[in-house]
Design a protein around this ligand. Sequence first.
Ligand SMILES: Nc1ncnc2c1ncn2[C@@H]1O[C@H](COP(=O)(O)OP(=O)(O)OP(=O)(O)O)[C@@H](O)[C@H]1O
Ligand SMILES: [Mg+2]
Length: 110
Amino acid sequence: MTAEGIGTRFVGRERELDELTALLERAAGGRGRLVLVGGEPGIGKSRLASELSQIATERGASVLWGRGWEDAGAPPYWPWVQALRAYIRSTARYRRDTSSQSTWSRNLAT
Ligand SMILES: Nc1ncnc2c1ncn2[C@@H]1O[C@H](COP(=O)(O)OP(=O)(O)OP(=O)(O)O)[C@@H](O)[C@H]1O
Ligand SMILES: [Mg+2]
């Protein structure tokens, strides 16, 4: 994924990032959560998610991204398709032998 602004200084969202990091820890302990981050365009939602994903990756988690498409024409469930595709492509079995994949996973991964 594109890591929005990663590499530039992240400021003023310590509370939100701490909260999300605590939830990440809980998820790692088997108590997952769904979190909705809302706000005006450009307020920093994607950047916050990128910062969290960096922390998650450093802690050994797999991070999958799916992005919505504002205009018409996106395939159904597009964000989920992107995330599942990335997951399938990352699996050792898929890399080893795509011919042994079930049809649905081959279709989803391409
Ligand atoms: N806390 C922050 N510290 C430093 N830069 C930030 C912070 N939050 C956001 N930015 C920067 O501001 C810009 C816009 O942020 P971002 O893309 O995350 O907004 P967004 O809320 O996801 O916007 P949109 O609603 O359009 O998707 C990016 O360049 C990002 O790196
Ligand atoms: Mg965004």
